[in-house]
Design a protein around this ligand. Structure first.
Ligand code: UTP
Length: 409
């Protein structure tokens, strides 16, 4: 382990010596804890060289077509049979991304524990597992469900699912793994302290899921079971269709290395990331990265050229994912409210964003694939995100969509 002097020298060289501010008043074990965290910082990375160092260079964008609803309908049964067979053959695993902090929702527990019910309880985790069970009932085979948690919510997530008997899913088909952490900084780029003896470490974004699986030994399981496809999805879409056999079948039949569920954008101003091509490879262009020309460009039939918005539901072929291990992911900066300990040693819980967190995103993994099938789904049937406490993509809008789909709340 680093000595105090080594830590001080290292931090001073990188403008982060304030992390040792409370060192003299800590107990020996607290001092050790802090020095261990400092040793793991890796301060030569771009996020500690100022935000300008992180600007991502983008290539040449071009639109990417999708397998649209009408085309899917023509082959629906065929795709479904291919997908169900892949599930029965044990070739499919599902990865639930549940390591986020859900700070916009402002719920003090893992998001999956949120109760969507009105007259009964209906937890978000329950909505997801209910949807998965419809598929596994039809396939007559279980899909291993790999749940990514964070250091912060791991114990609570496991305890909650266990206490609810995994909502009827077999316990031995559910696996957990934790994602890595990243330090958070204030608006001047200074790393924040969560306590006098510890740094603010937050989950490092959903892009780390595959490398986190590797570190947790999960890839051995994937290989042992012969899983060929992983369906990765967000916890916070209560209409999420998991291991959707039609999506699986269409992706397998397409020969693509990956697939992404997309919904048609209704208007150019809609703020969603769009699946497209970047330098000939699949990629997702964020709303704020699109030029006005890209946002409004239309095809001959009048439809938007950049029209297929992603909903965080992807299929990846495991053999191709193995090649992404060790790749450098671009880091995305998120301006957030971050609780910290100030210079006086007092805890501060800000009510406006006061710093930055750095995240890798699963969408960047799409660009590491040779090809991606954009698979169109009906928004009202498959996309009800719970992001905010009120307004757009809130509990109320998701509840309305659940009810529209016949779910009693
Ligand atoms: P979001 O990007 O909406 O982030 O996550 P969030 O942390 O849940 O919410 P806010 O931004 O703080 O309000 C999209 C999906 O990615 C998962 C989330 O759990 C959700 O399923 N995620 C996000 C992770 O698994 N790990 C992360 O580090 C971040």
């Amino acid at each position: 382990m680093m000595t105090y002097e080594e830590a001080l020298q290292y931090l001073t060289a990188h403008g982060q010596a304030h992390l040792l501010r409370f060192y003299p008043e800590l107990t020996a074990s607290q001092q050790e804890r802090l020095l261990t965290q400092i040793e793991e910082l890796d301060l030569d990375r771009p996020q500690f060289q100022g935000l300008e160092a992180m600007t991502q260079k983008r290539g040449q964008f071009a639109p990417l077509g999708a397998l649209t609803l009408d085309k899917i309908d023509v082959h629906r049964d065929e795709y479904r049979q291919i997908g169900l067979k892949a599930i029965r053959d044990g070739k499919v695993g599902a990865v639930l991304l549940a390591g986020g902090q859900g700070s916009r929702l402002g719920f003090d527990h893992p998001k999956g524990m949120y109760n969507m019910g009105k007259t009964r309880t209906l937890y978000i985790f329950e909505c997801l597992i209910e949807n998965l069970k419809k598929v596994t009932d039809a396939a007559q085979a279980y899909v291993p469900l790999l749940v990514m948690t964070s250091q912060q919510n791991d114990a609570e997530t496991r305890a909650f699912l266990q206490a609810h008997d995994y909502f009827g899913y077999p316990a031995d088909a559910v696996y957990f793994f934790q994602q890595e952490t990243e330090p958070a900084v204030d608006e001047e780029g200074k790393i924040l302290l969560a306590e006098k003896d510890s740094i603010v470490l937050s989950p490092n974004g959903n892009g780390g899921w595959f490398s986190s699986m590797q570190r947790a030994g999960m890839l051995d399981l994937v290989q042992k079971k012969g899983i060929e496809w992983l369906n990765v999805f967000a916890v916070d879409n209560v209409l999420q269709q998991i291991a959707d056999p039609v999506f699986l079948g269409a992706t397998i039949a397409s020969g693509c290395a990956s697939g992404g569920k997309v919904v048609s954008k209704a208007a150019p101003e809609e703020r969603v990331g769009v699946l497209c091509l970047e330098d000939g490879k699949p990629s997702i262009v964020e709303y704020y990265e699109m030029t006005e020309e890209m946002r409004t460009r239309r095809n001959d039939d009048g439809s938007l050229a950049y029209r297929f918005g992603v909903i965080l539901n992807y299929l990846f072929r495991v053999s191709e994912l193995m090649d992404t291990l060790g790749s450098d992911f671009p880091l995305h900066v998120a301006h957030k409210k971050i609780a910290y300990v100030n210079e006086q040693g007092e805890k501060v819980t800000p009510d406006a964003p006061n710093g930055y967190k750095f995240e890798t995103l699963v969408l960047d993994m799409v660009h590491m694939q040779e090809s991606c099938l954009a698979f169109e789904v009906e928004r009202e049937k498959e996309f009800a995100p719970v992001k905010n406490a009120e307004g757009v993509d809130s509990v109320a809008t998701a509840q309305a969509l659940l009810e529209k789909n016949g779910v009693t709340l």
